[in-house]
Design a protein around this ligand. Structure first.
Ligand SMILES: [Zn+2]
Length: 1039
């Protein structure tokens, strides 16, 4: 039976698939422009605005009475205000296509981005014509200067800096609109007539500029939104003067959108009644949709926020509420304390009717978890709340920098574009990643929840407190948060060894697959346009970032590394830092302990070059005790052309901290570190005897692969078979992963990895099994449609059989102490059961069938939580259509999110092509399958050898629909493309792929070039190595 049908249905352990979650965008983003009318809600009620304007007038009038002279000035001011806003003021245009941005004028020649409705020009008098002329002259002036005007550049001009924002919002939850008034205190660095700041998809009602603390405005000549760069431009009659400070006031309104970015809405059902909430997601470039601001991370400022809302709701923001002012009409305004200096994308607020539970850390930080009232009552947030308190204490101790705000709220929302977002003091989580009911949660679910929380809390320091200067170094915060997921989880569960073990399979091995393609990219990658910024949030940033940080921590030594981080956070707190700031601080920390490594020089090679090296260690037969170490860039397909032709593979060089040890049957030496920086080097290894083996990259702390001469591989295999414990658990896993991937890329004979795994029958640790299972997976996919597949299948079954017998099946009721004590054991058992059922172990099949039959006949699900996905999938693939229908029915009736997902994925395990086709077609019906789950359905059908061609055909036929739905969510789209294509492996399929790309060239180019490279490598492997593998297998099975 084919492997993938019964494989883990999710890529193994998903807690870090933040990027994937990042793409869970609402489908409406891809709507054709005509649908905008529906997406756009009603306008803000004009009465509300009139009341607000009226209040201001009354106040202004009272002041003017007291200071008689000011009357005329106010009159002047008001006239200026209405004059300057002539174009933008007036009631928002009713009906039409619903674009708020349409209400502000654009400069001549500005085109609407695709999908946005055309603007209507209002008929205006001679004044307007004069203004237009002025604009044209200005455009010409910029053209003469041969530079784009300041608003047309991808980055904000640098002449202004915001110091402080006062933001007053009114949220109208009954019609999903909000209005705001922002006052920005500006510092002028260079004189200029222009104010350019971000604002997108909003209606600007009024704008005013005044010299700070002085009455007296600076007259606004004109102002306009410029959607191409998502900015709002204020052109002044005279220049702002250097080193003076000014106040910019903007009054605006916008929609509380039904998409998951900016200030958006979401809903849930309580006691049969639908309730709404409004919440924000500003990272990376969406604060500009909620208020006009300098929306680049470098513009840190302080913020004072007030939110006015109906008293039936509560409001939350980064800081605690200072005062609440109640009005008679049932409205309330919450005034929040002022924030410290921070970047706009970490700002957040919410308007909801959630309830909460609270705890307080030793240092006095109040931690609250807010969620829908029924979840709070059930205690579903208690686990998260409890570990959050402990983790804040952990990080405060580790970084020696206290948590910076008086409180931290965790907000569990039903829908969110990311798994979670680390807004400072108000972190937002999607419910599945924070709510947990211990009685129905598997270990992997608990691990998911734990690691997401550890990740977001790390960001309160790496991100919120010290923020990367620009998005090219997003890995500086994401790599750290991802690395600390493992370190922090080790603090909570010391026996789990996450950083030393699980990190390898889930991060290092995982990302080396991706980064081994010639079409990869460096971990630091340049971006300018707002629309490109999403692209940097990918696995390379998260996982390679984390792997490089782990390598760094190991060659520095953990305690020096920790000291360096403490210095880095202390020096740069409340500010921004670039990678060189980190390297400098770490180099200084090393110097203090008497070591000298130029960290910047070393790390630049790892962060600015894509890919990674494979080191080859060869025993030198002519000279005793001398070995030859060489490095070359590892690529799966050596025929693949590098993306940048100026960078031939030969020019890739790294400074590699290679740790190395010598072993014999019962002993391994302590490790020595050798810095390898040339293509090839000779090194003397003391006490190297004939029967000794060499082992490189001790505990796999380095981000590279190691290859040896065959004699050394043989010695290592013997060692594993005789006494594997001489070699550490992490190196056992590392040897397996390296061997399979070296063979796949043609650096090593195909039989070596298959020989290595024969020792697994004695392996009692989870990690090597996990590594083997993951490494076998792509090999299985290369073979699963071959005639001779059963030879491979048979071989794997033999390796698994005895451990399967030894471990047996889990009992149904996992109690809590079991979760704590035997995570390794339970995960090992799960892994072995998965392999056994996948490759067709008869007992495993019977057991799965019995459990399913029992469920159907008793209608009680007694299947152990940790293996449910395996049992469902095996049942569907083995048993008749009735089982498929039963699972389908359960998928509809269950409300538990995690259960729903594994039921849906089990449906893709069928051998019946009609059922698979039916499922594919149903997957696009949003009523039946959530948009974000449809992708998983298609990918899982593609993993099934009986469905691969169906999914591939379906993908091509529905590409237009799929691309419209997910096109803007880059990560989602690239996941779909790679998921459907990665296991295509025939010449015919490669041709189909190339032809398909030719006819649909637009968009997703990066993903498609990666897909072509992967399929080319698959085809190449088939051509060159398949026969070699089968020959060896045949021989081995007859012995
Ligand atoms: Zn993160």
């Amino acid at each position: 039976m084919a492997l993938e049908e019964k494989r883990e249905k999710r890529p193994p352990v998903t807690p870090m698939m933040i990027e994937e979650e990042a793409a869970l965008r609402n489908g409406s983003r891809g709507l054709p422009s005509g649908s905008w009318a529906e997406a756009a809600g009603p306008r803000p009620r004009t009465t509300e605005r009139h009341i607000a304007v009226h209040k201001r007038l009354v106040l202004g009038f009272a002041v003017s009475i007291l200071a008689l002279l000011a009357v005329t000035m106010i009159a002047v001011l008001l006239s200026v205000r209405f004059e300057e806003c002539g174009a933008a003021a007036g009631p928002p245009r009713a009906g039409g296509n619903g674009s708020l941005s349409g209400a502000a004028r654009q400069p001549p020649g500005a085109r609407q981005p695709p999908g946005r409705p055309e603007e209507k020009e209002e008929a205006r008098g001679g004044e307007a014509a004069a203004e237009e002329k002025e604009e044209e002259e200005e455009e010409e002036e910029w053209q003469r200067r041969r530079e784009p005007p300041p608003w047309a550049r991808p980055r904000l001009p640098r002449h202004l800096r915001p110091l402080h924002y006062n933001l007053m919002l009114s949220a109208f939850m009954e019609n999903f609109t909000f209005s705001g008034e922002v006052n920005v205190q500006l510092e002028v660095r260079n004189a200029s007539r222009y104010i350019v700041l971000h604002a997108h998809r909003m209606h600007i009602e009024a704008v005013r500029v005044a010299e700070d603390k002085l009455a007296g405005g600076v007259r606004v000549a004109r102002s306009f939104l410029y959607p191409q760069t998502q900015v709002f431009v204020v052109v002044l009659n005279r220049s702002l003067e250097v080193q003076r400070s000014y106040n910019l006031k903007i009054i605006y309104n916008a929609l509380i959108e039904n998409e998951l970015l900016g200030f958006f809405r979401s809903s849930y059902v309580l006691h049969g009644e639908r309730r709404f909430l409004g919440v924000t997601q500003f990272s990376p470039t969406h604060a500009r949709k909620a208020f006009p601001c300098f929306d680049e991370p470098i513009y840190k400022a302080t913020f004072k926020i007030s939110i006015r809302h109906q008293a039936t709701y509560l409001s939350l923001s980064n800081m605690p509420v200072e005062t609440s002012v109640f009005e008679e009409d049932g409205w309330v305004t919450d005034h929040f304390s002022q924030t410290p200096l921070m970047s706009t994308y970490y700002l957040a607020w919410a308007v909801c009717n959630f309830t909460y539970r609270e705890t307080v850390t030793k240092s006095g930080v109040a931690v609250r978890l807010y969620a829908r009232p029924d979840a709070i009552r059930r205690g579903s947030g208690d686990y998260a709340l409890n570990i959050t308190r402990r983790l804040i204490e952990f990080y405060e101790d580790y970084f020696k920098v206290p948590y910076s705000l008086p409180k931290l709220d965790l907000l569990a929302v039903p829908k969110h574009p990311y798994a979670a977002m680390e807004n400072w003091g108000l972190s937002v989580f999607v419910e599945q990643r924070i709510l947990l009911d211990p009685s129905i949660s598997s270990i992997s679910y608990l691990l998911d929840v734990t690691m997401v929380i550890v990740h977001e809390l790390c960001h309160q320091w790496f991100g919120d407190l010290v923020t990367p200067v620009w998005w090219e170094d997003v890995w500086l915060k994401e790599g750290f948060a991802h690395y600390f997921e493992f370190v922090g989880t080790d603090y909570l569960y010391p026996g789990w060894n996450m950083e030393k073990q699980r990190f390898l399979t889930d991060v290092l091995h995982e990302v080396m697959l991706l980064d081994g393609l010639a079409s990869s990219h460096p971990v630091s990658q340049e971006v300018q346009q707002a629309t490109d910024i999403d692209r940097v949030f990918d696995w390379i940033a998260y996982k390679k970032g984390a792997a490089l940080i782990r390598m760094l921590a190991n060659f520095m030594g953990h305690s020096v590394f920790q000291m360096g981080l403490q210095d880095y956070l202390t020096i740069h707190k409340y500010g921004n830092a670039a990678r060189n700031d980190l390297w400098n601080t770490l180099s200084k920390a090393l110097k203090r302990v008497g070591k000298s490594v130029n960290i910047q020089e070393v790390m630049d090679q790892w962060t600015l070059q894509m890919g990674y090296p494979v080191i080859t260690i060869l025993g030198n037969e002519t000279t005793d005790n001398v070995i030859v170490i060489s490095q070359v860039r590892f690529v799966y397909d050596s025929d693949a052309k590098p993306k940048d032709p100026t960078l031939g593979d030969n020019s890739y060089l790294w400074q590699i901290p290679l740790t190395i040890a010598v072993g014999n049957t019962s002993h391994i030496s302590s490790e020595a570190i050798i810095w390898v920086s040339n293509k090839s080097e000779h090194h003397r290894i003391p006490a190297l005897e004939e029967a000794n083996w060499l082992l490189g990259n001790i505990n796999q702390t380095g981000y590279f692969r190691v290859n040896y001469d065959i004699r050394n591989w043989r010695l290592l295999i013997n060692q594993l078979t005789r006494n594997h414990e001489v070699i550490s658990v992490s190196n056992r896993a590392g040897l397996i992963d390296d061997a399979f991937n070296l063979a796949r890329a043609g650096y090593l004979p195909q039989n070596i990895p298959l020989e290595i795994i024969t020792y697994l029958s004695e392996e009692k640790d989870f990690l090597p099994w996990h590594a083997a299972s993951r490494a076998l997976y792509p090999l299985d996919k290369l073979l699963d449609r071959m005639e001779n597949y059963n030879i491979f299948n048979e071989y794997i079954l033999r390796q698994v059989a005895s451990m399967y017998l030894k471990l047996g099946w889990p009992m149904n009721n996992l109690n809590k102490s079991l979760v704590q004590a035997s995570y390794q054991h339970e995960e090992l058992r799960r892994e072995v059961i998965m392999l056994a059922c996948s490759f067709g172990n008869k007992h495993c099949h019977q057991q799965a069938a019995t459990l399913i039959s029992d469920w159907i006949s008793s209608n009680r699900n007694r299947i152990p939580l940790n293996v449910r996905d395996i049992v469902y999938c095996t049942g569907v693939s083995l048993m008749d259509e009735d089982v498929w229908e039963f699972i389908w029915m359960k998928f509809h009736s269950t409300t538990a999110v995690s259960e729903k997902k594994i039921l849906l994925e089990a449906l893709t395990c069928s051998d019946d092509r009609n059922l698979l086709n039916r499922l594919l077609n149903l997957s696009l019906n949003s009523e039946v399958v959530l948009d974000q789950d449809a992708i998983d359905v298609i990918i899982h059908v593609a993993r099934n050898p009986h469905g691969r061609d169906l999914a591939w055909k379906f993908f091509r036929e529905k590409w237009k629909i799929l691309n419209a739905r997910y096109g803007e969510a880059l990560f989602m789209n690239s996941k779909l493309i790679s998921g459907v294509t990665e296991f295509l492996n025939t010449e015919e399929e490669l041709r189909e792929l190339k032809n398909f790309i030719k006819s649909y060239e637009e968009g997703a180019a990066v993903s498609f070039s990666r897909a072509v490279e992967t399929v080319e490598a698959n085809v190449r492997w088939q051509r060159l190595y398949k026969e070699e593998l089968f020959q060896w297998l045949r021989k081995s099975l007859t012995h």
